[in-house]
Design a protein around this ligand. Sequence first.
Ligand code: FAD
Ligand code: SIN
Length: 532
Amino acid sequence: MAASHRYDYVVLGSGMAGLTFALNVAEKGSVAVITKKNRAESNTNYAQGGIACVTSSEDTFDLHVRDTLEAGAGLCHEDVVRGIVEEGPARIKELIELGMSFSERENGDTRELDLGREGGHSKRRILHAKDVTGREIESALLTALALHPNVEMFENHAAIDLITRRKLGFTTDNRCVGVYVLDVATGVVKTVAAQHVLLATGGCGKVYLYTTNPSIATGDGVAMAYRAGVPVANMEFIQFHPTCLFHPKAQSFLISEAVRGEGGVLRNGAGTAFMDGVHPKKSLAPRDIVARAIDAEIKRSGAECVYLDITHQSRAFLQNRFPAIYAKCLECGIDMAVEPIPVVPAAHYQCGGVLTTPQGRTNLPGLWAVGEVGCTGLHGANRLASNSLLEALVVAHRAAEVVKQEKAPPKQKNIPPWESGQAQDPDELVVIYHNWREIRQLMWDYVGIVRTTKRLQRAASRLRSLSDEVQEYYWNYKMTCDLIELRNLVLVASLIVDCALSRHESRGLHFTLDYPKTDDHAPPSDTVLRPE
Ligand code: FAD
Ligand code: SIN
C-alpha cells in the first residue's frame, strides 16, 4: 500500500465480521482489508463451540429468542434478538454455499447437521466443525475473498486512529473519511481515505491478565470510535468463560462449553458436582452463573482450579468430537478420557461495544461497527453461547446491503499525513511493558467476576495516572504496535470501569457486592458513555 491511498470501503479486521462484509461489498467497489497480524489471526480463528442457529425440526425461533433473552438478564433488545435469530438460517446457507463445512452425523439412511449444545440453550442448535469451527470459517471466507479482484488485503497493518472531518478542522457535515494505519514492518504511518470504514476489530480480552483471547484482542475499535466521538455502551458486561485450561503450558486455551454440552460435569477437588445446588441447568447454566460459582468455589476452598469431568464418554467419541481439545490436553499430560480436566474462568467476550443500529451503523456517518466490537442490543447483560458468530455473520451482511444501496458520499480531499514524535529510546520500552502488565493485573484484581465500588474506584484512580503517562509517551515517541495497543487498552479499561461504576445493581455479568440485587423497580437500561 502506498503512503497515501483511497478505497471505497476500508475494513479494519479480518475475522468473521470483516471478511463477511468485505465479501459482500466487493461487487460494488474497491475494498482494503487491513489487519494487524496475519490474515487468519483473530478471535474467530479460535472459536470452538460453533454458531447458534435454528436448523432442527425440534427447535423454534421462539425458543432461541427465549434462551437469548433469559441469558441477557433483561437487557437484550427483543426486536434485535428476534431479527438476528430469524435471519440466521439464510446466512448459514450462504456460508455453506461458500464452502464452509459443518460436522454431520448419520440419521438412518441420511446425513444431517450434528448439532451441539452449550450453556443456556434449551435445545441442541450449535452448528460446528468438530471443535475447530472458527478455523474452518476463517479458511472458507479467506479462500472466497482471495478470488475477488476488488479486494486487497494488508497484513501486519495496525489502524491507529479514524480520520473525521471534525478532526480535520471542519465544522459541518462531520463524517469518517479514512484512517491512519501503521505498517508494522516499516514503521511508516499511512493515510487511507475511504467513503466507508468498517470497524471489525473484535473484542478486548487482553485488558485482563487471564483471557481466552489471542493477542490481537486489545479493544482497538472501541478506543478508536470513542476518540472519534462515537458513543459506546454496556462495557461493564465482560463475559468470563468458565473453563479455560489450567496448565502452565496452555495459557489462553479454551475448553469448549460443548464439552459440558456432551455431559461434562464441573467438580471441585473433592469430586463434588458443585453446580447441582446452584442452578436447575447445573453445569450447563448460563455462563455468568457458572463463572461466579467457580470463582466462589475457588475462593472457598483455596484451590487453584476446579475440574471438568467427561470421563463417562468413550475415548473414541472424545477423539472424534473434540480432536483439538483432546490433543492439547494430552500435550499437557492430561488424558481427558480417564481424568478430569483442570479449569479456571478467564475473560472471554465483550458484550458491549460501539453503539450501533441492528445494521451496524454508528452515529458517525461513514463509520460502521460489526461483530464483537459493536453493541447492537443482541447480548444484553450476558451473551448466550455461540450467538456472537451468528451476530457477526448477520449484521455484517446487513451492513453491506445497506451501504451498497446508499449514494456514495463526496470524497474528502487534502487529508494531511500523520504526525508523530520521533524519539526512540529502547530503555523506555520497559515503561510500555510495565504499564501493559499493570493494567491487565489491576483489571483482573479489581474489575473481575465479583466487584465492589471501592475496588472499582481504586482501579479508576490508577487508570487515570496510567492514562496520563501513556499520553505523554504517545506523542513523544515513534509509533509502534505495542504503543498503539497500550493506548487503547488504558482507554478501554477506563470505559469498562466507568460503565461498572455507573451501574448500581447486579445484573448478568456485572456482579457487585455493594449492590448484590437486580434493580427491578425501574425498567432496565443500557449504560451509554458519550464522549465530550
Ligand atoms: P475477530 O474475529 O476477533 O477479528 C478481529 C480482527 O481485527 C482481527 O483480524 C484482528 O487482527 C483485527 N484487528 C484488531 N485491531 C486492529 C487494528 N488496530 N488494526 C487492524 N486490524 C485490527 N463465539 C461463538 O459464537 N461461538 C464460539 O464457538 C466461540 N468460541 C470462541 C472461542 C475462543 C477461544 C474465543 C476467544 C472466542 C470465541 N467466540 C465464540 C467469540 C467469537 O469468536 C468472537 O466474538 C468473534 O469471532 C468475533 O469476530 P469479529 O470478526 O468481530 O472479531
Ligand atoms: C465455547 O466453545 O465454549 C465458546 C463458545 C462461545 O464463546 O460462544
